[in-house]
Design a protein around this ligand. Structure first.
Ligand SMILES: N[C@@H](CCC(=O)N[C@@H](CS)C(=O)NCC(=O)O)C(=O)O
Length: 323
């Protein structure tokens, strides 16, 4: 674990000393947008036109944020148009690496050793965290974006003319409602599990785990009446929640001490999660070996002996009975 400081790698764990033991996620630095015609998007520079074969994703199969981008690549039939490389699940002193393990087969573009080498290609004096996902432009050799919430919005529509897939997970009339539910779920669930797991004071943990299960209780009630977060239409908000639900019982319950209940203990959340899992192509985006290995092996402060627990037995293919 570490970060780049003026182009040099510095080994450091997250610093919670200046935030009362609370984990604070830093903001992503590359915020350009791929658009249909190459015009500028909501932030960043113009020049990233949607084209088949031009873009590449660097992901970790363990990472819930990177998982969103793989989900949208599948849902929007982009697999033949956007290539992918997977990093090794162990994130140790050198951060993410291109060592091999199962679907992690190295960096197919540059044969780099470390993920930081990709960032250093665009800025050899870069300072900041070396995170996945990265959306890379093979034409200009630039990073388009390293912010998953924006990458999925590009994937939702920018390539529609190329794929012919016009499914819309970010419909205009639901923008405000989706943003509102995303904000709650991001803070209390997606990032909430990290806030609980990386807390270094009892108070910070109590706050995070309290908000997490309060929101899980709300979700359980909400999903009794609604098939999806926004009613009967599946949207981006559902696909942003799903990666956290996948990791909840195998990792967050034990490793991040999110153990008041498991997902399988909430009948509505569990059936909803299975419905999403059983969606065409979604199971292919999940690799439990990388997920379970990454967290338990990488986070030395939480699990110093790096013992990998057995997996709970979970039948994701059990019929979901919804709709
Ligand atoms: N804002 C980013 C966050 C990505 C992120 O935090 N990724 C984690 C993996 S789950 C990472 O690469 N962490 C390495 C680090 O913080 O040094 C996004 O959503 O795309």
């Amino acid at each position: 674990m570490g970060l780049l400081v003026n182009g040099k790698w510095s080994e450091k764990w997250y610093d919670t000393s200046s935030s009362d033991g609370k984990f604070v996620r830093s903001t992503a630095g590359f915020r350009n947008w791929i658009t249909r015609d190459g015009s500028a998007g909501a932030t960043g520079n113009a020049g990233f036109k949607a084209e088949s074969g031009r873009y590449h994703l660097y992901v970790s199969l363990a990472c819930p944020w990177a998982h969103r981008t793989l989900l949208f690549r599948k849902l929007k039939q982009l697999s033949d148009h956007i290539s992918v490389d997977v990093v090794h699940p162990d994130m140790l002193n050198d951060g993410w690496t291109f060592e091999h393990r199962g679907p992690a087969k190295g960096d197919s573009l540059f044969n780099s050793k470390f993920l930081r080498d990709i960032y250093l290609r665009v800025d050899d004096q870069m300072s900041g965290r070396v995170t996945v996902p990265i959306l890379w432009d093979k034409h200009t050799n630039k990073i388009v974006s390293n912010e998953s919430s924006e990458i999925i919005r590009m994937f939702n529509s920018a390539f529609n003319d190329i794929t012919g897939n016009t499914d819309d997970y970010w419909p205009t009339e639901l923008h405000d409602d989706i943003d509102a539910v995303n904000a709650r779920i991001y803070s209390n669930i997606n990032n909430g599990v990290y806030k609980a797991g990386f807390a270094t004071t009892q108070a910070a943990y109590d706050d995070a785990v309290g908000a997490l299960f309060e929101t899980m209780d709300w979700l359980e009630t909400h999903l009794a009446e609604n098939r999806y977060l926004l009613g009967d239409r599946i949207t981006e908000a559902d696909w942003r929640l799903f990666p956290t639900l996948v990791r909840f019982d195998p990792v967050y319950v034990l490793h991040f001490k999110c153990n008041r209940n498991r997902v399988v203990d909430f009948p509505n959340i569990w059936a909803y999660a299975r419905e999403l899992y059983q969606w065409h192509g979604v199971a292919d985006t999940i690799n439990l070996d990388h997920i379970v290995r990454h967290y338990h092996y990488s986070h030395e402060t939480i699990n110093p002996n790096r013992i990998i627990p057995i997996n709970p037995v979970i039948d994701w293919n059990e019929p979901h009975g919804r709709g």
